[in-house]
Design a protein around this ligand. Structure first.
Ligand SMILES: Nc1ncnc2c1ncn2[C@@H]1O[C@H](COP(=O)(O)OP(=O)(O)OP(=O)(O)O)[C@@H](O)[C@H]1O
Length: 239
């Protein structure tokens, strides 16, 4: 059983053939980690799923969300249909307060689930009047995730949530993601293998434009030689 199926995904941007027939499925529970060396095409994979690649990008292949083909559906429809996205740059509005950032994510006609968001991230309630630009990196990440969780989701796509964060904060964000993953499944791009070990049940590795591993995350991480060959790093290290 899968909630998201990607088959033969091919992406060319500005003359480079970035993804070359990427094929994998995402389980409907828990965390699936999407791994690979820098620049291999992890973000491109998430953006291709969401229809967010630049205009000139050539995209072919089949993407199905809960069984339905979504390849040419507009992004807003996918998001309304329960595909939540937390981009790598977090995309919070620095000049607005935390509460205003959350309010902007509310959808007309839908009841925003503040109880869930503040239950997972009490800090966001305490800092409601603070400008988002003055939050720490970890707090901004929690705001970016909280904003997506205001609305119902069937799958979250989260891009490098711990990138650039201090080690203590990485632990806090990982704990938050662990709690979120109890409620909604996740496809998580993450370079920090200690975080992957803590959170992910399944792993998908992209190498040279193709899927080089799919299977249990622990099997990959316990096999140090393979991890090194595919990701260029050993157990528990951050690349
Ligand atoms: N809009 C674009 N125009 C040209 N090249 C692009 C574009 N977007 C991505 N690329 C190229 O595609 C390749 C894959 O990029 P992508 O950001 O998907 O990699 P990644 O695996 O997410 O990397 P990182 O771990 O560094 O975030 C890179 O070589 C990148 O330079």
């Amino acid at each position: 059983m899968t909630i998201l199926d990607i088959a033969g995904l091919d992406v060319r941007i500005a003359g480079s053939h970035i993804l070359q027939g990427v094929t994998f499925g995402v389980a409907p529970q828990g965390v699936t980690a999407l791994l690979g060396r820098n620049g291999v095409g992890k973000t491109t994979t998430l953006k291709a799923i969401l229809g967010l690649l630049p205009r000139g990008a050539e995209v072919t292949g089949d993407v199905r969300f809960a069984g339905a083909p979504i390849t040419r559906r507009p992004t807003f429809e996918l998001v309304r249909g329960g595909l939540g996205y937390v981009p790598e740059d977090r995309g919070v509005f620095a000049g607005l307060t935390v509460a205003e950032n959350l309010r902007l994510a509310e959808r007309p006609g839908a009841a925003p689930d503040y109880e869930r968001v503040y239950g997972l991230f009490p800090e966001l309630q305490r800092r409601g009047k603070q400008r988002a630009g003055t939050l720490s990196g970890g707090q901004q990440q929690m705001l970016a995730i909280g904003r997506v969780l205001l609305n119902p989701n069937r799958l979250l796509l989260i891009d490098e949530p711990t990138k650039g964060l201090a080690p203590k904060v990485v632990g806090e964000v990982a704990a938050a993601l662990h709690a979120v993953a109890q409620v909604v499944p996740m496809l998580l791009v993450e370079q920090n293998l200690a975080v992957v070990r803590r959170l992910a049940r399944d792993a998908v590795v992209i190498a040279a434009g193709r899927v080089a591993y799919t299977g249990p995350a622990t099997d990959l991480l316990d096999y140090t030689e393979k991890t090194k060959a595919l990701l260029g790093v050993g157990k528990g290290h951050q690349s």
